[in-house]
Design a protein around this ligand. Structure first.
Ligand code: CO
Length: 288
């Protein structure tokens, strides 16, 4: 039922873009390839640094490809790395189809295969199945996907901490969190991180690993200082407010209230060169 609805919306989007008249159709009939980078989206200006890094790397790795962006969340008013408005996934795919593109590689910048990623996958499926539309849509897996990705991402996260952090000091990587079944990726990542470093923790802003779950553990271990970092693609609204904000309910303030000092690591995962390289490698692999 849901698939049918997505298929219908896909058709509707195609129709609207076909009628808009401003779309140039491929004249030479040659199959055109494009890359669609899909992220949750962020309204925070500074968060665009991470998106710009991603685009730079993708451009370098895939020269000559048409690169587009889409957000899985929020409205069309939001803008991309260059400040221009960014469409939804359906609009972006519909536009590519009407431009005569046949082959699209979709790079998902999602961290886990949660609700956002699954809607993206369904959209990709719906558009690939339309007559005279896109023939091939290849979707890259999100950052955390299988045991080898958990292992590798844990290694990268443990290695990319500031040099000033002492091994005895705790680190908390805070993800968005979800009530989707894919929320299990957070405790799974915790498992792989604990194998490397017992003082690195995984938390979530929403869902099962909120601070009230972690705090007793930190106090029990006598933690006095925490390095706090977003486990999110960009250091956007959740990082600035929920983690590092000056309101009493931010993670920083609540840790401080428990006599734990906080060192902020204001960097989205998209600004981590090794994680970026993983995303780009996944894209290249899907394009083979
Ligand atoms: Co949110």
């Amino acid at each position: 039922m849901k698939g049918m609805r997505l298929g219908f919306t896909a058709l509707l989007c195609l129709l609207l873009f076909s009628l808009s008249g401003s779309i140039s159709l491929a004249g030479d009939g040659a199959p055109k390839q494009a890359i669609l980078i899909v992220a949750f989206g962020s309204s925070v200006e500074k968060a665009r640094v991470a998106y710009a890094r991603v685009e730079e790397q993708v451009r370098a790795a895939c020269p000559g490809h048409d690169i587009r962006w889409a957000w899985t969340a929020h409205s069309l008013l939001q803008s991309g790395p260059d400040g221009a408005p960014v469409p939804s996934v359906q609009e972006a795919l519909a536009r590519l189809a009407t431009e005569g593109v046949k082959d699209v590689a979709v790079l998902s910048l999602h961290v886990i295969p949660g609700a956002e990623y699954n809607v993206l996958a369904k959209n990709a499926e719906a558009f690939a199945g339309l007559p005279k539309g896109l023939e091939r849509i290849r979707l890259c897996p999100p950052l955390l996907y299988d045991t080898s990705s958990l292992n590798e991402v844990a290694r990268i996260l443990a290695q990319s901490l500031p040099k000033e952090r002492e091994k005895t000091e705790a680190v908390i990587y805070v993800g968005h969190g979800t009530h989707h079944p894919a929320g299990v990726y957070y405790p799974a990542l915790q498992h792989y991180l604990s194998r490397i470093d017992k003082n690195i923790f995984v938390g979530t802003v929403e869902g099962d690993l909120e601070l009230e779950r972690l705090l007793p553990l930190l106090l029990e271990q006598g933690v006095k200082k925490v390095w706090l970092a977003p486990l999110m693609t960009v250091s956007g609204d959740h990082a600035l407010n929920d983690l590092f904000g000056d309101e009493d309910n931010s993670w920083k303030k609540r840790l401080n209230a428990a006599n734990i000092s906080v060192e902020p690591i204001m960097r989205g995962l998209g600004e981590n060169p090794e994680l970026l390289a993983r995303w780009v490698a996944g894209l290249k692999k899907s394009m083979q």
